[in-house]
Design a protein around this ligand. Structure first.
Ligand code: SF4
Ligand code: SF4
Length: 361
């Protein structure tokens, strides 16, 4: 019998609507019983006659858990593909569920203790806030005090940023600029419909606000040898870490062949086009293909850049550029990354030449 205490909605979705439970391959199962005794949610029973594990209460299984599969000595246990969870996470009711569930228990949760050690926090002051179209926000931050240095990071890394006075609400954003001596950095924020952080950032964040951040964090950085040509593929504000990387490469390795495909939904979502055009004019080794599904009235392709209607991965697929020898850096939502990986595979780019920075939807 499913246990009502265990068969609770998962992030707001009724448990019965989610297909997530183990399956045992009878031929592979040697009947060691590890899964049966190891699962505290009583999903399994043991068939003593056949000496096999059997699934008795699949709904008791914790969505996303794969512990029993990891401990089975013969790999007899399988689960639905991880995309099952990734697709659930894209549903709006799931979007804030973790935060909501923690907020309900905030008296039990020591938020201050949950914050990283103060030594690892930096304060940055907002010096510029500029909307880019309706969906994006460009924010410039500078060190608040002398000890708040933000000069040393590797382009491609990100920061965790807190809403002031709200220790439970933080989000991660890639730094959209290469390191500068004055410690100034740039962030590109994409509006998430109903998103708490971006709703606050678009409506309330103002010049002069002091933000607490943790970082730099992450390993999405250029790690290619100096002679390698590079391909960058970005979707939306996935452009931020890519822009920082290109900025760095133009300065450190100006002779390197750099190719960028940047896709957005509508041409009005583009920003920093003057900068890209300037790079293309001043550096013959930098080439850039912009893509958008729709074209707003008045859009003019900036000098030195190319434009294709559609997606960045379709443009990449149709492109004349030789890419199989390039190291590739891809940043954007999961679906774009997956589609890009399919194109890269078809074009013969080995897996080890690809580095990915992917976010939720
Ligand atoms: S852990 Fe694997 S081998 Fe052992 S009983 Fe479970 S399914 Fe069978
Ligand atoms: S995945 Fe976790 S909860 Fe589900 S059956 Fe295995 S151990 Fe139990």
């Amino acid at each position: 019998m499913p246990d009502p205490k265990l068969v609770r909605p998962w992030h707001g979705i009724p448990r019965e609507q989610i297909v997530w439970h183990p399956t045992v391959d009878d031929d592979a199962c040697i009947g060691c019983g590890t899964c049966v005794t190891g699962c505290g949610r009583l999903v399994y029973r043991f068939d003593f006659e056949r000496k096999k594990a059997v699934i008795a209460d699949p709904l008791n299984c914790l969505v996303g858990c794969t512990t029993c599969a990891n401990t089975c000595p013969t790999h007899a246990i399988s689960f639905p593909p991880l995309e099952t969870i990734a697709e659930l996470l894209e549903r709006p009711e799931v979007h804030h569920a973790v935060e909501d569930e923690l907020l309900m228990r905030k008296d039990q949760v020591a938020w201050q203790e949950a914050l990283p050690h103060p030594d690892r926090l930096v304060r940055l002051v907002v010096t510029r806030k500029e909307p880019i179209g309706e969906k994006n926000l460009l924010v410039t931050l500078e060190p608040y005090g002398e000890e708040d240095c933000m000069c040393q990071f590797i382009p491609g890394q990100y920061l965790e940023i807190w809403v002031p006075g709200t220790p439970w609400m933080s989000r991660a954003y890639s730094i959209g600029s290469a390191p500068r001596e004055d410690g100034r950095i740039e962030l590109h924020l994409r509006r998430i419909e109903g998103g708490r952080f971006t709703t606050w950032a678009f409506a309330q964040l103002k010049v002069g606000d002091v933000l607490t951040v943790r970082g730099p964090l992450g390993h999405f950085v250029v790690r290619s040898s100096l002679d390698k040509p590079l391909l960058f593929v970005a979707r939306g504000t996935g452009f931020a870490p890519i822009k920082a990387m290109i900025e760095q490469q133009l300065e450190l390795t100006p002779a390197r062949d750099l190719l960028l495909f940047w896709g957005v939904t509508d041409t009005s979502d583009f920003y920093e086009l003057d900068l890209l055009s300037g790079w293309a004019k001043s550096d013959p080794n930098f080439r850039c293909v912009l893509t958008a599904r729709t074209v707003s009235a008045g859009f003019v392709v900036p000098q030195g850049l190319e434009f294709r209607k559609g997606t960045c991965y379709d443009a990449l697929e149709a492109s004349r550029f030789e890419i199989s020898k390039r190291d590739v850096y891809v940043a954007g939502p999961r679906k774009t990354v997956e589609a890009t990986l399919r194109v890269l595979r078809a074009k013969g780019v080995p897996h080890e030449q690809i580095l990915i920075d992917s976010y939720g939807n």
